[in-house]
Design a protein around this ligand. Sequence first.
Ligand code: ADP
Length: 163
Amino acid sequence: MKKSAICPGSFDPITKGHMDIIKRSSKMFDKLYVAVLTNSAKKSSFTIEERMEMIRNCTKDIPNIEVCTFDGLLAEYAKKIGVIAIVKGLRAVTDFEYEFQMALTNKKINRELETIFLTTNSKYMYLSSSIVKEIARNGGDISDFVPAEVLADIEKRIKNRKD
Ligand code: ADP
């Protein structure tokens, strides 16, 4: 039986930390859905379409990835598309409490669904989309933090938004 998983997030914008988790999980499953969340409490800087386009750009060489978006509950969407697991990256202890609560809640809603945590790559453990945006807004160099495929795009969009 083919096994698929979902890697959900805001990806606002995608970083090298996200890419590390996406690449590693794509090797563990036959198919990986990378899902851009629409109902996040966080105020986003990029539109859903922009975020999806950037992820597609960065993952075009990985054949078993599908970029998608959804409204509503992750556990319900997971059931609808037939994935067996949610894959999340853990950066630090600070990520743990929230992620643990989410994993238990999702298990309650969908008993068949497992949540798998991948430990961050130590190179990226400090990295988040918010940090990338903060550096870019202030004219700093973000080339170490975001995939090369979307570097110019992110810099341009953040610069335009500032003007
Ligand atoms: P954030 O806005 O906090 O950067 P997202 O909501 O876009 O994160 O994150 C999607 C998933 O990617 C989450 O599981 C998050 O823990 C994971 N993630 C984000 N950045 C990293 C990183 N640098 N290393 C490992 N996992 C990460």
